[in-house]
Design a protein around this ligand. Structure first.
Ligand code: FES
Ligand SMILES: [Fe+2]
Length: 354
């Protein structure tokens, strides 16, 4: 299951295509005309906030002859103009101007059905999600997320968060290895000896397509042990467990989101093949923290700790992959019960059980 391309294709068909996927933060497209581009499941996407304030997602492919409408990672525009032959679309994706079709009036252009192709998109507590599968059989976003928003995102006020760093790279490992390592603490004292140390967690009560664990502590987990009382202040207005600790959640299949009292970060796993995984990493702080005079000085310590842990997990997942071609059956120990649950969820999806 970690090396076989036939199994991988079944995962794509039964889990990745039918899923809702994280695309970015609504705060990254905060004004009308703000846009960002990304690739998900090998499809180019364009996320734009319209003049009406709505966030929409489009296939980033011109309706003339298919060039990307833009290849800028992000920016702001008054309309969307394809660089090839300058076909132009409104922020809502409507074809407005089509060189080569000058004889066509506005209504005739509308009748061509050549507006940008929209994909289902929804925003919950500042998190943008898109759906790339068959819309006819898609679950609603709320049904997909279950109680994630009410249990984690809303109490942690994720809508306050602004992305400060984002990057993307590819690892030579199966995507499941990285999701598994996110969900167990057995490796922490071995792989993250100097960066995390011990971090006891309890399992969250999840309904819907997410699983999570919770670590209770008044101090941020996002600084090195010994520095943790030197973090930024907590986000104002946190409630319940969000005020007392950190949720580590997997929004299935591959979006790992950590919501702490002072910071939010994610490690998004999108498979390219059975043995290659695209990883999108992002760090975010509340807007009020970005305005602090000590932001640059203090945030450096966060980046150092967060980068170190990500690099340690990048390393161990690629290392683990090298042993998996041997097809040697393994096992879970009791401390890995969350991994066991995660892997059972994957089996249920792929084998259509449950
Ligand atoms: S391909 Fe976009 S205008 Fe021709
Ligand atoms: Fe780890």
């Amino acid at each position: 299951m970690y090396t076989d391309e036939t199994w991988f294709q079944r995962e794509m068909d039964t889990m990745f295509r039918p899923a809702w996927h994280f695309a970015g933060l609504a705060s990254s497209v905060s004004e009308p005309g703000a846009f960002m581009t990304l690739r998900l499941l090998d499809e180019p996407l364009l996320i734009v906030r319209g003049d009406d304030g709505e966030v929409r997602a489009f296939r980033n492919s011109c309706r003339h002859r298919g060039a990307p409408v833009t290849d800028q990672p992000s920016g702001t525009c008054r309309g969307l103009r394809c660089p090839y032959h300058s076909w132009t679309y409104s922020l809502e994706g409507v074809l407005k101007h089509a060189p080569g079709l000058e004889g066509y009036g506005r209504d005739e252009l509308a009748g061509l059905g050549k507006d940008l192709l929209q994909v289902p998109c929804g925003v919950r507590e500042g998190l943008i999600f898109v759906h790339l599968g068959d819309p006819a059989s898609a679950p609603t976003l709320d049904a997909y997320l279950g109680n994630y928003v009410s249990t984690v995102a809303a109490p942690h006020r994720t809508a306050e968060m602004v992305a400060v760093q984002e990057r993307e790279y590819v690892l030579d490992s199966n995507w499941k290895l990285y999701v598994e390592v996110d969900m167990e603490t057995l490796h922490t004292k071995h792989i993250h000896r100097g960066s995390i140390g011990e971090q006891p967690v309890t399992m969250s009560e999840s309904e819907g397509n997410w699983i999570g664990v919770y670590h209770e502590s008044p101090h941020t987990p996002a600084l090195h042990p010994g520095e943790r009382d030197r973090g930024f202040p907590h986000v104002e207005g946190l409630s319940g467990k969000a005020a007392r600790g950190t949720h580590f959640s997997i929004l299935l299949p591959g979006f790992f989101l950590v919501t702490a009292q002072d910071v939010m970060w994610w490690i998004h796993k999108i498979p390219d093949s059975a043995t290659r995984t695209r990883v999108r990493v992002g760090y975010s702080f509340p807007a009020s923290t970005l305005e602090r005079e000590d932001f640059d000085e203090v945030s450096k310590h966060y980046y150092k700790r967060l980068n170190q842990v990500v690099e340690e997990d990048d390393w161990i997942t690629e290392y683990q992959q090298k042993g998996l071609n041997a097809s040697t059956p393994g096992c879970y120990v009791p401390e890995e019960h969350v991994v066991h649950r995660l892997d059972n969820w994957i089996l249920d999806q792929v084998l259509h059980v449950g």
